[in-house]
Design a protein around this ligand. Structure first.
Ligand code: GLY
Ligand code: MN
Ligand code: MN
Length: 438
């Protein structure tokens, strides 16, 4: 991002803060509060140790303050008043002191630098305290801890992104793509999973603890493990497949991108599966727009998978029959995607704007987004197709098993699976893909 773009981003950030203040003013009045105190959170210490786990700052705190990783700090928001940021800045020669960037947003806050992690005292009135705060602290403040209706309303305020937030998500994507290119090259150079992860981190210029989620880097069968959590140190002898699901954060905002590559030892059918899943994703993105029901898109993904599995000769029945018998669900047990923002699985995906619960359909329990799309939402679009024996094997004994070509399944199994994931903004006219092409 160059200086002119940064200046524009800073202006957009100020407009974002102004709109946020107006939204909080309205909500505080509606819910009868004089203010909210938002805690950034803090990292957990390992038991009986002096080392800490990695840490993500609370989303509602970062909605205001664009400092991912800031801990033990507090933000007091009151109607019509400049927000007060109590910054934890201990006198500590073991660590580098807390500093704020030379950016315009800093002047929008009244800032107090304090040595202690204890919360600021609250003025007289009714306050809510939000975040990972214990009940005793809330009691000592005389504040209500995470009141559900207020929290739900604030969550809803994160669903439609401001121009500033969209720029941040776009930049997170741009940075992540540098990593994805290097990861692809490391795969074609014969790297082990760890080599691919290190290539990703190096090219996207980030340390592991700053990632929005642990990268999923699966070679061959590991590509079928949806949240595969290891990095093999030794290169695979066969270069069949790489599935890499890896992101980036920019000013707290997350990118969440997956690519799947076929290596020199891949079958034609697997290459066809990658192409087919990519086409399904492109077609679904074209269908996006305000007023489009996301669960309907999810259902269309299953229809598309039924057709693709038929074309590849994996399934012998019609696409509707493959969906109806649960065959496509066994090949893709996750949802089409989710809201994206300050959290990779962002808040409020399963509620209406007024807070009414929108649970996922019983046959698709993993669907994280059950809403109707609105302009300003940023969502992931991530169709997938995997050979997961734990899910497919039980079909062998059912009538659906007779509609599956098990030899074709077994030929695909050593490749693991495919997921193609982009981050897409819903616009007034339709949708804009924020993920650059590789
Ligand atoms: N990276 C996790 C997901 O795609 O939802
Ligand atoms: Mn992902
Ligand atoms: Mn995702």
């Amino acid at each position: 991002m160059n200086d002119i773009m940064k200046e524009t981003l800073e202006h957009k950030h100020l407009a974002h803060l102004e709109a946020l203040q107006a939204a909080y003013d309205r909500l505080l009045a509606t819910h009868g509060f004089d203010g909210v105190l938002i805690y950034s959170g803090h990292p957990q210490r390992h038991f009986a140790d002096d080392q800490h786990a990695s840490f993500a700052t609370y989303g509602h705190f970062m909605h205001w303050v664009p400092l991912h990783g800031l801990d033990h700090s507090w933000l007091l928001v009151r109607a019509g008043q400049r927000p007060k940021l109590q910054l934890h800045a201990p006198t500590d020669f073991w660590h580098l002191g807390t500093t704020l960037p030379d950016e315009a947003w800093v002047d929008a806050f009244e800032i107090a630098r304090v040595d202690t992690p204890t919360p600021p005292g609250l003025p007289a009135g009714r306050y809510a305290v939000l975040g990972d705060v214990d009940e005793q602290t809330a009691r000592s403040l005389g504040a209500e801890l995470n009141p559900p209706t207020l929290t739900q309303a604030l969550d809803e305020g994160r669903v439609r992104k401001s121009a500033y937030e969209i720029d941040c998500l776009r930049e997170a994507n741009r940075r992540a793509i540098h990593g994805h290119r290097a990861a692809r090259d490391a795969f074609f150079d014969g790297g082990a999973e760890l080599d691919i992860q290190l290539a990703y981190l190096g090219a996207s210029r980030q340390r592991e603890s700053d990632l929005p989620y642990q990268s999923i880097v699966g070679l061959n069968q590991h590509a079928a493990v949806l949240h595969y959590q290891h990095y093999e140190l030794v290169a695979e002898a066969d270069h069949r497949s790489l599935l890499i699901d890896a992101g980036h954060r920019y000013r707290g905002y997350a990118a969440d991108i997956t690519r799947t590559w076929a290596g020199g030892d891949a079958s034609d059918a697997f290459a066809g599966l990658i192409e087919g899943v990519t086409t399904i994703q492109h077609n679904l993105i074209r269908e996006m727009g305000p007023g489009v029901d996301y669960p309907t898109l999810h259902a269309r993904m299953h229809q598309g998978l039924g057709e693709l599995l038929g074309e590849l000769g994996v399934v012998r029945c019609s696409a509707p029959a493959a969906v109806e018998q649960g065959i496509t669900r066994a090949f893709c047990p996750h949802g089409l995607g989710h809201l994206l923002g300050l959290q990779v699985h962002d808040v409020a995906g399963r509620q209406t704007a007024d807070g009414t619960a929108l649970p996922p359909p019983a046959e698709h329990p993993a669907l994280r987004l059950t809403r109707t799309l609105e302009a300003g939402m940023v969502v992931t679009m991530e169709p997938g197709c995997y050979v997961i024996p734990m899910l497919l094997d039980p079909l062998r004994e059912t009538p659906a098993g007779g509609d599956i070509d098990w030899a074709a399944v077994e030929a695909l199994a050593p490749h693991g699976g495919v997921r193609i994931e982009d981050n897409v903004l819903v616009t007034d006219q339709g949708a804009e893909n924020l993920t650059p092409t590789l």
